[in-house]
Ligand binder design. Structure first.
Ligand SMILES: Cc1cc2nc3c(=O)[nH]c(=O)nc-3n(C[C@H](O)[C@H](O)[C@H](O)COP(=O)(O)O)c2cc1C
Length: 366
C-alpha cells in the first residue's frame, strides 16, 4: 500500500468518508511558505458540490492545521491538516455494503482488505479523500503563483459538447477559469454541458468528461528523466485521482496519426527566448520542460454511483443482485475533479522544482 507521493516534497493521505475525519501530512516544505486560509477555502469550494449539477451532501470542510503552520506561514516541520467528517448518513449505504457498486471500489477493496475496511460511503475510496489534496495543493499553488507559475483547467469536452480551445492569451484564460466553479471558456458550451448533466440526473444516471490543463511560467529544464519525467510524475499523480481513466500530453493520442512534419514543434527565437511555434509536445521534450506552456488532458469517467437499477453481485452471499443506489451522488464529478487536477499539478511541479533548485527555492520572499 502506498499512501505517500513525492520525493523532495511528500504528501501522505489518510481517512475514510464516514470515519472521524480525513487529512494529509506534508513533508519537505520550506519554512516561510504563505498559508493563506482564504485561498485554501476558495480552492476547496471549487471541489465541493455546486447547485443542480452536484450531490446534495454538504460539508463545511474546514481544514484544521494540527502542526507545521504558525502565524500564516509554514514552519518547515511536517504540516498535518485534518478535515473532520460531518453530515454523515451511513444508512444511505446500508443496502449496498455487500452488493458491489459497479465500477466503484467496493469489491476490489473487499478483496484487498478482507472485510476489515470501513466501506461506508466508499470508505478510503471516496471522492472525499480529494479534499485534503486540494487543501495541500492550494498551499503549493500559491507558492508557485508567487514564482510566476500559473495553473488553470477547463472542461474541454462533456458528452460530445466541446468548449472553446485555449486562446493565445493563456494567462488571461487561466485567470478567468480560476474564478469559475464550472470552468469553461465558452459560456454557451457550459450551458449545454450543464443541461446534459441535469438530463442525466433526471434519468438517475451520470456523465463523465475531459479536463484540459495549462501551466504557464514553468522555466525550461524541469523534470527528472527517465522515471520521474514530468509526464511520468504528472500521470502518476493524476491517475491516483478516483475516476480518472486517461491522461494525454500535448497532441497526445492524435500525434500518433500525424506526420513528423506536422507533429514536430519548430523552434524559433523570440524576444531573446527559445520558443516553439506550435506546442504538440505540450511543453515537454524528453520528460523535461522546454519553456512552453505545459498542456495535458485528463479523462474523468461518469460517477459510478447512480440511482438507475444495475446488475451486480453480493460478494458475501455470492449471488447475483440488482442494485439501485439511493442517497446523494453527483450526476457528474468532472467539474469538481478540476480542483483536484490543479492541486495535483501544483504538488508534482513543486516537488520537481524543489528537486531541481532545492526546497528553499519555493519560499515566499519576505
Ligand atoms: C471529486 C470527486 C468526487 C467523487 N464523488 C463520487 C460520488 O459522489 N459517487 C461515486 O460513486 N463516486 C464518486 N467519485 C469517484 C469514485 O471515488 C471512484 O470512481 C471510485 O473510487 C473508484 O475508483 P476508479 O473510478 O478510479 O476505479 C468521486 C471522485 C472525485 C474525484
Amino acid at each position: 500500500m502506498s499512501s505517500s507521493f513525492g520525493k523532495a516534497i511528500k504528501i501522505t493521505l489518510f481517512g475514510e468518508s464516514h470515519g472521524a475525519g480525513i487529512g494529509a501530512v506534508m513533508e519537505g516544505l520550506p519554512p516561510g511558505l504563505k498559508v493563506d486560509e482564504e485561498f485554501i477555502l476558495s480552492e476547496m469550494d471549487k471541489r465541493r458540490a455546486a447547485g443542480k449539477v452536484s450531490t446534495a451532501r454538504h460539508e463545511s470542510d474546514i481544514p484544521q492545521f494540527l502542526s507545521g503552520v504558525k502565524n500564516g506561514f509554514t514552519e518547515g516541520t511536517p504540516l498535518a491538516l485534518l478535515i473532520k467528517n460531518e453530515n454523515v448518513k451511513s444508512c444511505d449505504y446500508s443496502n449496498i455494503s455487500h452488493v458491489a457498486r459497479p465500477s466503484h471500489a467496493d469489491y476490489s477493496a473487499q478483496a484487498k482488505y478482507l472485510g476489515y475496511q470501513d466501506a461506508s460511503g466508499g470508505g478510503h475510496f471516496s471522492g472525499r479523500l480529494t479534499a485534503p489534496i486540494v487543501a495541500a495543493g492550494a498551499i503549493l499553488r500559491m507558492a508557485l503563483s508567487d514564482k510566476g507559475i500559473s495553473i488553470g483547467t477547463h472542461i474541454q469536452k462533456l458528452r460530445g459538447i466541446c468548449d472553446s480551445p485555449f486562446p493565445e492569451d493563456l494567462e488571461a484564460a487561466i485567470a478567468s477559469l480560476n474564478e469559475k466553479r464550472f470552468p469553461v471558456l465558452s459560456e454557451e458550451a457550459g450551458s449545454q454541458m450543464r443541461r446534459e448533466i441535469e438530463a442525466a440526473a433526471a434519468d438517475e444516471d451520470s456523465v463523465g468528461g475531459v479536463l484540459e490543463t495549462a501551466v504557464t511560467g514553468l522555466q525550461p529544464g524541469i523534470g527528472e528523466p527517465w522515471f520521474d519525467s514530468i509526464e511520468s510524475e504528472l500521470a502518476h499523480a493524476l491517475f491516483s485521482i478516483p475516476a480518472v481513466k486517461g491522461v494525454e500530453f500535448g497532441a497526445g493520442f492524435a500525434a500518433s496519426d500525424m506526420l513528423g512534419s506536422q507533429a514536430n514543434d519548430p523552434f524559433a527565437v523570440r524576444d531573446g527566448r527559445i520558443v516553439t511555434l506550435t506546442n504538440n509536445s505540450g511543453g515537454i521534450n524528453g520528460g523535461i520542460s522546454n519553456g512552453m506552456p505545459v498542456i495535458f488532458r485528463t479523462a474523468v469517467k461518469p460517477t459510478p454511483s447512480i440511482g438507475k437499477e444495475q446488475q451486480s453481485a453480493d460478494f458475501i452471499e455470492m449471488k447475483d443482485a440488482v442494485l439501485s443506489i439511493k442517497g446523494r451522488h453527483d450526476p457528474a464529478i468532472v467539474h469538481r475533479a478540476r480542483a483536484v487536477v490543479d492541486a495535483m499539478t501544483a504538488i508534482v511541479l513543486s516537488d520537481l522544482l524543489a528537486r531541481r533548485w532545492g526546497y528553499m527555492w519555493l519560499r515566499t520572499e519576505q
